[in-house]
Design a protein around this ligand. Structure first.
Ligand code: FAD
Length: 460
């Protein structure tokens, strides 16, 4: 049990990657650290436990990473996906520090494996965690336990008490107070609070699925903003992908993603197509489909393929609906089969001969069809036919706390003396829009480490 009379040196709010990196650094600096995780022990680790890799700069081969991935190339990749909506100083810092982060991660229990081949071919840019994010999180929990960090599960922080520009204590949902000299906020985004999402997006948000933890509800973010902390990012910006409509409301993780879109015809509830399914290779386009589906009536869409397309994409975790005719497939999917069949007929009639290459832009396109399909446009004519329901799956939101390059939280009156933030809760400082695969874990690792070091230096 904690003794409320003895302040902790550093209190850490959250139990995912950013929180754990901060806890390790603070404890290694000699601080007495308490880590407060809202989830029960068996669900610890937030969204971090769903991850597979982090994006890492390197000069020459490094651990499992091949070749070189320099700062400027990495930064250019970020600028492309964010459309320039980033804070250059913080972005370059995250990129530069990622190189030393990898050996640091290894020395604290994380094991890496070479990139898997498949839809995401990232062997040069992204280091994959052996055993996935769950193994990473477990390794870090073992490390912080060895370092003597006190871990409290089911310890949801309801209030961060700020007075005269400084943090004084945390209040848990239970009413208990945790007093500390410094605090690191690493409690993620607000995507699991559907009411908040609905305020930002409108009622459509109630049909979104949340790919990660149900505990990232943004209580701490909202509490800080209410107390004058400066915000960054737009509440409607988030990372969202199209996932299997049968995925659970929360925590479905990566297995619910569907990679069939480039080889399919995608229709909405009314059986109508609404976007070019073959616009680009899937790793570059998969993140736009969350928003596209979100914009459709009832926030639902249906992807239809035929027997020729099976085996061309990562198998789905749930089997598709199957039928011998497109019309029957529509009925099985719960939409008007005749409308679906008419759409597929029109699409088939617009397909032109060409040499199909599933792994590259093959230019096999429709003619005279609106919207067009500009690659991989083969007729859907070989039974059996397969169909998947698609829903928007939110990964994480970007509205967050503004931080300095030393991860210190800013208010309208300057920095808050003893408050630092790391991970999703401040990622909007770097990700104004768009997403670069593997960058979430880079941001959490780099700023988690900085926040832990700074908080310990302040407290000791
Ligand atoms: C399915 C999926 C796959 C992903 N794959 C990748 C990938 O391969 N690579 C990558 O870089 N990124 C990936 N991401 C994004 C990545 O998960 C995040 O960017 C990263 O995990 C953020 O780390 P974090 O520590 O800030 O947040 P989290 O890991 O989500 O941790 C937040 C923690 O705060 C706790 N918490 C929340 N509220 C409170 C409160 N009030 N009091 C106390 N504790 C609280 C939560 O329980 C949780 O432990 C993926 C996300 C998902 C959902």
């Amino acid at each position: 049990m904690t003794d409320p009379g003895t302040p902790w040196d550093v209190a850490i709010v959250g139990g995912g990657n950013a929180a754990l990196c901060a806890a390790i650094e603070a404890a290694e600096a000699g601080a007495r650290v308490i880590l407060l995780e809202a989830a029960p022990r068996h669900m610890r680790g937030g969204n971090s436990r769903h991850t597979r890799n982090f994006r890492c700069m390197h000069q020459g081969p490094l651990s499992v990473l091949t070749d070189t991935y320099g700062e400027d190339e990495y930064y250019d990749d970020l600028i492309r996906v964010t459309g320039g909506k980033t804070e250059p100083e913080l972005a370059r810092l995250a990129i530069r520090e990622s190189e030393s982060a990898l050996p640091w991660m290894e020395s604290h229990g994380v094991r890496f494996q070479p990139s898997l081949s498949g839809t995401l071919s990232l062997g040069r840019t992204n280091a994959f965690f052996l055993g996935g994010g769950k193994a990473l999180v477990n390794a870090y929990y073992a490390t912080v336990e060895d370092l003597g960090v006190t871990i409290r599960y089911e310890a949801k922080v309801a209030h961060v008490h700020i007075e005269s520009g400084a943090f004084r204590w945390l209040e848990l949902e239970s009413g208990e107070r945790i007093v500390a000299r410094a605090v690191v906020l690493a409690s993620g985004g607000f995507q699991a609070d559907l009411d908040w999402l609905a305020r930002a997006w409108g009622p459509a948000a109630r049909n979104f699925l949340i790919r990660g933890t149900p505990w990232n509800r943004g209580e701490v973010l909202r509490d800080m903003l209410d107390q004058g902390a400066e915000s960054v990012g737009d509440p409607t910006q988030c990372h969202a992908v199209a996932i299997d409509g049968r995925a659970p409301k929360f925590d479905g993780g990566i297995v619910t993603r569907l990679d069939c879109v480039p080889f399919s015809v995608v229709v909405n509830r009314d059986g109508a197509r609404f976007h070019d399914e073959g616009q680009d290779v899937w790793p570059k386009r998969y993140a736009i489909w969350g928003r596209l589906v979100a914009a459709q009536p009832d926030q639902v869409a249906y992807a239809v393929i035929d027997a020729k397309a099976r085996g061309l994409f990562m198998p789905s975790v749930f089997p598709p609906e199957t039928a011998d005719t497109v019309e029957e497939l529509g009925t099985r999917l719960g939409i008007d089969g005749a409308h679906l069949a008419a759409t597929v007929d029109a699409y088939n009639a617009a397909c032109r001969p060409g040499t199909f290459h599933p792994t590259e832009l093959d230019g096999v396109a429709t003619e005279g069809l609106e919207p067009p399909k500009t690659n991989w446009a083969r007729p859907i004519d070989t039974p059996p036919y397969y169909g998947y329901t698609l829903r928007p799956g939110v990964t994480f939101t970007y509205l967050g706390l503004k931080v300095s390059p030393r991860a210190q939280v800013q208010s309208g009156h300057g920095p808050l003396t003893n408050v630092w933030a790391a991970g999703e809760i401040m990622a909007g400082s770097i990700l104004g829009q768009g997403y670069l695969a593997g960058f979430g874990m880079t941001i959490g690792t780099v700023f988690g480490r900085i926040a832990g070091q700074e908080a310990a230096a302040h407290a000791l």
